[in-house]
Design a binder for this molecule. Structure first.
Ligand code: PLP
Length: 370
């Protein structure tokens, strides 16, 4: 329908309904995760939203017009998604300017080492500009201590971006698991992940619309850009890296109207319970080993086998191939503390408890073939 309507959601004058629907959808998303005061826009995905968030950080701390400014330094954990180093590279900040801070045993950024890294850079005369926190890391679903990071960002005058592409939407069902989202300056989330939407439905939320306009203005004439609140410019072209934009909001708006926030809350709650159910089954099995705490809906584990104890990585890699080849369930993989892990991530509203049981059965059956 969006392709057939072919609305260009760039500005009010080209697509008034699409603009209003996108503003409505973005406001609903922000309110649903406890960030009601944020604005934002839909993006192609989490990678684009992360790039835009870091572009805003760079512009806020080292404006592009600021000739000869030193390169800024950014901080994230070693578990951060690869879209963050990619964004740092694309922004021309230099990959080496991203400090990857070690994590604790639950795969959350170590605050003491984060502050130490900031200190070291300040002492060397470098310019820290932003901290990236993960609200649900891609591998294990770990949630960084967002409130404490926000306090550090405030203390040192840094931009705070949260990569919530995978996990921020858990706040709809379990806000206590992702505390502190509202403390970010910018936050990415993916409705095409944990809000069950067809692909091409990411979102960047931000606290200060003027900061977005500064980062994405065409001219760098900030005073003019900020003064332009004419109805013709009431759109997204000056708050986004895109000019021509798809009518991404339509699918989300329709399914939100049909299912209501309650429908999504229930489905996300089920996904969280399914992950717990699988974790409990793994803990109860002598042939399976849980490799990371389960904070959201990602479960990382491996199988053990008496004859393969010297090479469980090869065993599990081959096991993954066998399990997926059966076609009943689909597992991905991750490297957890240098170990090959099987990874089940529950982000499908159609998954049932029987499917969870099938994960355990398929893995144990395939393991017994060795
Ligand atoms: C934590 C996290 N951030 C960012 C991304 C990138 O999102 P996208 O694939 O929508 O660009 C992902 C994708 O898996 C992710 O898990």
């Amino acid at each position: 329908l969006a392709s057939t309507l072919n609305q260009n959601a760039t500005a009010w004058r080209s697509a008034p309904a699409a603009i209003m629907i996108e503003r409505t959808v973005v406001a609903s998303l922000a309110a649903a995760i406890g960030c009601a005061e944020f604005s934002g826009s839909l993006t192609g995905g989490g990678s684009a939203a992360n790039l835009m968030g870091l572009a805003m950080a760079r512009e806020a701390k080292i404006p592009a017009n600021d000739d000869g400014a030193p390169t800024g330094v950014l901080y994230a954990s070693t578990e951060v998604h690869m879209s963050i180093p990619k964004a740092v590279a694309l922004l021309g900040l230099g990959r080496k300017q991203l400090r990857l801070v070690p994590v604790d045993e639950a795969f959350r950024i170590r605050l003491d080492l984060l502050e130490q890294a900031i200190h070291d850079d300040l002492r060397e005369g470098r310019r820290p500009i932003a901290i990236v926190g993960s609200a649900g890391t891609v591998n294990t679903g770990a949630v960084d201590p967002l409130e404490a990071i926000a306090a550090l960002a405030k203390k040192y005058g840094l931009w705070f971006h949260i990569d919530g592409a995978y996990g921020a939407l858990a706040a709809i069902a379990a806000p206590e698991r992702v505390c502190g989202l509202h403390l970010a300056d910018s936050l990415s989330l993916d409705a095409h992940k944990w809000l069950y939407q067809p692909l091409d439905c990411g979102c960047l939320l931000y606290r200060d619309r003027a900061a977005a306009r500064r980062a994405f203005s065409f001219t760098g004439d900030y005073a003019k850009v900020l003064a332009t609140e004419l109805i013709e410019s009431f759109g997204f072209f000056d708050e986004s890296i895109e000019l021509s934009r798809r009518f991404r909001a339509l699918k989300l708006w329709l399914s939100w109207r049909f299912h209501g926030l309650e429908g999504f809350r229930a489905a996300i709650g089920r996904d969280l319970r399914h992950a717990r159910l699988l974790a409990d089954a793994i803990l109860a099995s002598e042939s399976l080993e849980l490799l990371a705490p389960v904070e959201l809906s990602a479960v990382c584990f491996r199988a053990v086998h008496p004859r393969w104890m010297d090479d469980l990585d090869t065993f599990n890699a081959e096991l993954l191939r066998k399990v997926n080849a059966r076609g009943n369930i689909y597992l991905s993989n991750a490297t957890i503390s240098n170990r090959f892990a099987l990874r089940a991530c529950f982000t499908n509203h159609r998954t049932t408890e029987a499917d969870v049981a099938e994960v355990v059965r398929s893995v144990l059956d395939a393991a017994s073939e060795f």
